[in-house]
Design a protein. Structure first.
Length: 245
């Protein structure tokens, strides 16, 4: 059973397209046209073209591509802002908000032609954003799933709360969790494939696989393929086997 996955995109359409080219190359080499491609969330923020990323993904889904798109914490923050400019995500530190420079919301707004962050009232920014962000994009963000299970792997954005069945996980844990999950070495019953916490390279920890390699900070966007218990990084030169630490 083959499954492809792509890490946190963060508004980098060019990197997303390059990752899909690597998957297309692997599909051709494997004579595969039907294995799903899972995008593990954080589609928006920080990068220059969040609008382009959402349009690309929607167009692929409308064509019938076997793509799965999961919700990340940045996607929920964007969606929440569009609904209510005073929205504060429960996973976010109290002193921050979505348009804080550390989070990259202003770059997302700019990709839709909404400028003046820091110089305008939040209500004005949100009102213009609601006019300029297509309804299809708003509906897409609001309807994203938070997990996808296939074969011997489960895909989520941030991780899971150890010891809690997948069906009982909270959305906030699935898109925000760090230390309780990252520090846990127990067998979760499936390989947990996630992003959210950037690493220098795709890293297999035995019970989890981190595929966020920092695209939101100017680094690479990685694509991988899983076949049973085997994991490979996709590169222009083909598959690179990944073994757990």
């Amino acid at each position: 059973m083959r499954t492809y996955a792509i890490g946190d995109i963060h508004g980098h359409l060019d990197k997303l397209q390059a990752a899909h080219r690597l998957i297309a190359q692997d599909r051709a080499e494997q004579s595969d046209s039907g294995a799903p491609v899972v995008h593990v969330g954080d589609l928006v923020d920080r990068g220059p073209d969040s609008r382009g990323v959402l349009s690309f993904l929607l167009a692929g889904l409308e064509r019938g591509e076997p793509w799965v798109v999961l919700k990340g914490n940045h996607d929920r923050m964007f969606s929440g802002f569009l609904e209510d400019p005073d929205y504060h995500d429960p996973g976010l530190r109290a002193e921050l908000n979505w348009i804080h420079p550390r989070l990259g919301g202003s770059e997302t707004l700019a990709s839709y032609g909404v400028d003046g962050v820091g110089e305008r009232y939040m209500t004005d920014l949100a009102a213009e954003a609601r006019r300029k962000v297509p309804v299809a994009h708003r509906d897409f963000l609001a309807g994203l799933e938070t997990s996808f299970a296939r074969g011997e792997a489960v895909f989520v954005h941030a991780g899971i709360r150890p010891g809690v069945p997948l069906a009982q996980q909270t959305e906030t844990d699935l898109i925000w969790i760090r230390a309780p999950f990252l520090d846990d070495s127990r067998d979760h019953g499936a390989l947990v494939v996630h992003g959210h916490t950037p690493v220098d390279q795709v890293t297999h920890y035995g019970n989890r696989l981190n595929i966020d390699t920092g695209a939101g900070y100017g680094k690479a966007l990685s694509a991988i393929v899983i076949e049973g218990q085997k994991v490979f990084l996709l590169s222009p030169r083909g598959r690179v086997p990944l073994r757990h630490e």
